[in-house]
Design a protein around this ligand. Structure first.
Ligand code: G3P
Length: 217
């Protein structure tokens, strides 16, 4: 399973990258706004900076919702860097745009996927990634990881090449469960990635080793 970080915060991207386990970055308009990135040029420059920091796929989201607008925006985003993947919402014009991008050699990440049916549609259109939002599904009392498992099963039996990118990760257990059910990618906040490190017995064990090591000096 690949690890992407789900943020537009450069310090967090740097920290995850320095850990040596980062395979890519996903962003969205909410994450860009959270960092105070404002205006077309600033947004394009921010994506360029991320592409220069991380050697992996970088998802950059369109904000148009009509076919022509999505295409025009997506072409400009894709021109920033070869690693840009154009993030397109799961709407009717989005599906049409994903097909157009696929036919024109531009890779896409279909975002706001909440059902197996939506995942089938974006795979048929040729999306490189489908992004089911598992945390938001859990929030309304359903099981997000179960959806990842279902989509992965469908893609496998049908031979779709689209990668299942688990998004809206809330905690380390989400990452572990996504790995269990075969997600191709998990895009996570830095806290959830670092949460995988933690175990009280590791801390207790290390303290004891360091204490005992003093006896050997
Ligand atoms: O990038 C899309 C997704 O990961 C958003 O997560 O936490 O806003 O549900 P969240």
């Amino acid at each position: 399973m690949k690890f992407f970080i789900d943020t537009a915060n450069l310090a967090q991207i740097r920290e995850a990258n320095e850990l040596g386990i980062l395979d890519g970055v996903t962003t969205n308009p909410s994450l860009m706004a959270k960092e105070g990135i404002k205006g077309y040029d600033a947004i394009m420059n921010h994506y360029k900076t991320i592409c220069e920091m991380v050697n992996g796929d970088i998802s950059a989201e369109v904000i148009s919702t009509d076919f022509n607008g999505i295409i025009e925006e997506g072409k400009k985003l894709a021109a920033i860097h070869k690693n840009i993947v154009v993030k397109v919402p799961m709407i009717k014009d989005g599906v049409k745009a994903i097909k157009w991008f696929t036919d024109n050699g531009i890779r896409t990440n279909c975002t706001l996927v909440f059902s197996a049916g939506q995942a089938i549609l974006c795979a048929k259109a040729g999306a490189a990634y489908a992004s089911p939002f598992i945390g938001r599904i859990d929030d309304i009392g359903w099981d997000g990881v179960q959806l990842i498992e279902q989509i992965k099963h469908i893609y496998t039996v049908q031979g779709f090449k689209t990668k299942v990118l688990a998004a809206s990760i809330r905690n380390p257990n989400h990452i572990i469960r996504c790995a269990e059910v075969g997600a191709d990618v998990c895009t996570c906040p830095l806290d959830s990635i670092l949460g995988l490190l933690k175990h009280p017995l590791t801390d207790i064990g290390l303290a004891k080793f360091l204490e005992d090591a003093k006896k050997t000096l």
